[in-house]
Design a binder for this molecule. Structure first.
Ligand code: MSP
Length: 512
């Protein structure tokens, strides 16, 4: 795999219920990273999809008086609709009920079996349908619940096992050799100590229900939904066939997951892959959880946040910006309606929108709707000024930050440059220069417009529609909107026409 390819995945979402803010968040951060990598010239594959097998989904189908097939067909559409509503630029969407996936899972199972890591025995222990996870007695709370708070039930049935315990030492060695495998760093210790505490073999088939992929040769058993689901990351690339996609994109650069499902991705998945002789992904990034006004989000409390409603109420880019800006990627986030409004008004409207609107309106009225005329010498000098040297450094820094998934640091950079430019325009007051020093006025405006080109290009991953409007307003050609165009060679051209300005980041009223 060449360095120019980038493969990013979301978890595949359970279709037992409609999408909520957690699903929206995971898809959105992956979209921001994927779009950034694209404007940085990478060939990007962004995979998402739905996890449709297992007891939880089967139960929901029954509760809805639908067959699991009808139910999953219907529910997966709502997840596809969410992607559309959020303007997610995924390159594929996999459903675990698709043939291509089932074929991948069967082949993967066979590989584990061939390598001597699967055996049949009996499972007896605790199982949580909500988490689709097995728990030891020692993990349960004093009230007898799963550590996640989910109810558990006693299960005793014949089961195939994966010899996970055999992989304990190799996993520990792997974490040691790949200190960046689990991100952020704080999550790494959690996983390492879980593995150090001892791994028991993992039950990987169930016999008490039918909704899953049957085990070849013993169809009484369906494959454990997590073994089924994790395989999506390779089945979507064509595994077991050595397709171009597979060769180009595996191993994945990053699987982005919520902190609750880190164990499945950072312990079970690499162990399965090692057993199958397939390279492990380069990293797993665990993000935090959203609460609603400080409270854990749950259906029973009735405080689930509907992402479609958020978008209707506040606007797409406003919601995208808030969700990514409000929390440091990796930390927990708290949804507070007032904070969404505040973020939008103080940063998108008052900083970026204001700089754009006042500069473009002034140019439109006072410079014959054209980018102000400056000399080549001026542009040379401007590009050697401290401000522009710092601007170039800021781009380099933003690339490094994004490569380390410090998404917020990139937004800090953008806001910082915008603030400086707002101070600059106030200080230079081009509106006072029109008669007394028209050339100076042109130069001040030109510097701001060129900075706005930087801001708009960098904002594309975060607020794609609004950034496109900014670039359209400035008439920046569509094929000149990548990071490689952020230099003097592609500087905005004097006397080019700009388009009629209009507010791109309107303020949100508090009485929403
Ligand atoms: N189907 C499994 C994943 C299989 S991946 C091979 C699953 N699905 S899920 O629909 O329950 O969760 C999907 C993602 O949403 C997880 O990463 C989870 O952490 C995330 N979130 C669910 N609720 C959340 C919040 N309240 N806040 C942030 N993310 C949350 O797990």
């Amino acid at each position: 795999m060449s360095d120019n390819n980038f493969y990013i995945t979301t978890p595949i979402y359970y279709v037992n219920d409609v999408p909520h803010i957690g699903h929206a968040y995971t898809s959105l951060v992956c979209d921001v990273i994927a779009r950034f990598m694209k404007i940085n010239g990478k060939e990007v594959k962004y995979l998402t999809g739905t996890d449709e097998h297992g007891q939880k989904v089967e139960k929901s189908a029954l509760n809805n008086n639908l067959s699991p097939e009808e139910f999953t067909d219907k529910m997966s559409i709502s997840f596809k609709n969410l992607l559309k509503a959020l303007n997610i630029a995924n390159s594929d969407f996999i459903r675990t009920t698709e043939e291509r996936h089932k074929m991948g899972v069967k082949a993967f199972w066979e590989k584990l079996q061939e390598n001597g890591d699967i055996y049949i025995s009996n499972y007896s222990g605790w199982y949580s349908i909500r988490d689709e996870a097995f728990y030891n007695k020692s993990e349960l709370t004093p009230e007898g619940l799963a550590p996640t708070g989910a109810p558990v039930e006693w299960v005793e049935e014949p089961s195939y096992f994966f010899a996970l315990s055999k992989w304990q030492d190799r996993l520990l060695e792997f974490y040691e050799k790949n200190p960046d495998f689990i991100k952020p760093k704080s999550r790494r210790n959690e996983v390492v100590s879980f593995v150090k505490n001892g791994l028991t073999d993992l039950s990987i088939s169930r016999t008490s229900f039918k909704w899953g992929i049957p085990v070849a040769g013993n169809p009484e058993h369906v494959i454990y939904v997590w073994l089924d689901a994790l395989t999506n990351y390779i089945s979507a690339l064509g595994y077991p066939n050595e397709t171009n996609d597979y060769k180009t994109f595996w191993p994945a650069d990053v699987h982005v997951v919520g902190k609750d499902i880190l164990r499945f991705h950072a312990v079970y998945w690499p162990a399965f892959l090692m057993s199958a002789g397939i390279p492990t992904p380069k990293s797993i990034f665990a993000h935090g959880w959203w609460t609603n006004e400080g409270q854990k989000i749950s259906k029973s409390v009735g405080n689930v946040i509907d992402p479609f409603k958020l978008i209707d109420d506040f606007g797409l880019d406003q919601v995208r910006y808030f969700l990514v800006r409000e929390v440091i990627f990796g930390n927990d986030g708290n949804y507070v309606r007032e904070n969404l409004i505040q973020r939008n008004n103080s940063e998108l409207s008052n900083k970026i929108g204001n700089l754009m609107q006042r500069t473009c309106s002034f140019i439109f009225k006072n410079c014959q709707e054209r980018i102000p005329n400056v000399t080549k010498e001026f542009v040379d000098k401007m590009y050697q000024s401290e401000f522009f040297i710092k601007l170039q450094d800021m781009i380099k820094d933003s690339i490094i930050q994004m490569e380390n998934y410090n998404i917020n640091a990139v937004l800090d950079n953008i806001i910082n440059v915008t603030e400086q430019s707002n101070i600059y325009i106030d200080h230079e007051a081009p509106w006072t220069l029109k008669n007394s020093a028209p050339q100076k006025m042109n130069e001040v405006l030109y510097r701001i417009v060129e900075t706005l080109r930087y801001i708009a290009i960098l904002m594309q991953p975060f607020t794609p529609d609004s950034a496109a409007k900014m670039l359209d307003q400035l008439n920046v050609p569509k094929n000149n909107r990548n990071l490689m165009h952020l230099n003097q060679e592609f500087a905005i051209i004097s006397s080019n026409k700009i388009n009629q300005p209009y507010p791109i980041f309107p303020r949100l009223e508090t009485e929403y």
